[in-house]
Design a protein around this ligand. Structure first.
Ligand code: COA
Length: 235
């Protein structure tokens, strides 16, 4: 009985916005609770933010605490989630995940490796990007699309490219320029796909199927990507 009540309270706290449609049901996605931003981590994880500014320490704690809460639900082996050579979290063997944070929100998604081979997640405020940054993000085709759809969230292309990078990085281990891929959005289904431009030097794994999704609430935009070996049959 106590466990049921605890779960109900936790669910209400963590899921102010229901983000479950960003991934298939095997993925657990969580918004970090207020306490997660300040609860200290284990020694090895705390060492990664020693000397960092308070904002960085808070967002790092939020991401790691939320990730541990999910991994616990998934019965993953416990242990520190350290940092790879390009800042990617080192998930326990057999598990996948992605962490994202912006000023007031931290979201984490994790799953057991199985149908999904990688995943990426990004959250952004609904405010526009500074003009200086925006001109390095979009390709000419994307700029044209944006002009035809003026109500799109300002950071949609930026966010989708960030989550795409997080999804592919663990597989290809390389950075690819923002303008080396073209995003194609299906606005009615809140889905997206991408095609490399002729300038792209990355070979994306051809045998894997890419899925991109997005969702908007009153303050934030969320984008998600995942890779499967075969079509999932998901809507
Ligand atoms: C990695 C990057 C996407 C993270 O963006 P950010 O602005 O810091 O914002 P987010 O909060 O959304 O993401 C940070 C989290 O991403 C995760 N992350 C960082 N590098 C990663 C990588 N190489 N692969 C997977 N996940 C990564 C980490 O968990 C990190 O949080 P943590 O340090 O607290 O653990 C961004 O900093 C970056 O390096 N971009 C360059 C690559 C790029 O621009 N690609 C565009 C492709 S078209």
């Amino acid at each position: 009985m106590l466990i049921v009540e605890f779960n109900v309270i936790q669910k209400a706290r963590f899921q102010m916005t229901d983000l479950s449609s960003l991934f298939p049901p095997s993925v657990i996605i969580t918004i970090a609770s207020n306490e997660m931003w300040s609860t200290p981590l284990c020694t090895e994880e705390e060492q990664l933010i020693e000397g960092a500014v308070e904002k960085r320490q808070r967002e790092f704690r939020a991401g790691r605490n939320a990730a541990h809460a999910i991994l616990n639900q998934l019965n993953a082996p416990s242990g520190p989630i350290l940092r790879g050579e390009k800042r990617q979290p080192t998930w326990p063997a057999g598990f996948l995940g992605s962490i994202t944070h912006c000023r007031e929100r931290c979201v984490v998604a994790c799953t057991k490796k199985g149908d999904l081979l990688s995943l990426g997640l990004d959250v952004e405020p609904l405010s526009p990007l500074s003009k200086g940054i925006a001109r390095y993000i979009d390709t000419p085709e994307e700029t044209q699309f944006k002009l035809q759809h003026e109500t799109l969230p300002a950071r949609l292309f930026f966010s989708a490219k960030e989550s795409l990078y997080k999804c592919y990085y663990p597989l290809i281990g390389r950075y690819f320029g923002f303008q080396s891929i073209n995003l194609n959005f299906d606005l009615s289904r809140q889905r997206f796909q991408f095609t490399p431009t002729s300038a792209c030097t990355i070979r994306f794994p051809e045998n894997l199927i890419f899925h991109g999704r997005y969702q908007v609430d009153d303050k934030h935009l969320y984008t998600s990507c995942f890779l499967t070996q075969k079509q999932t049959g998901l809507p």
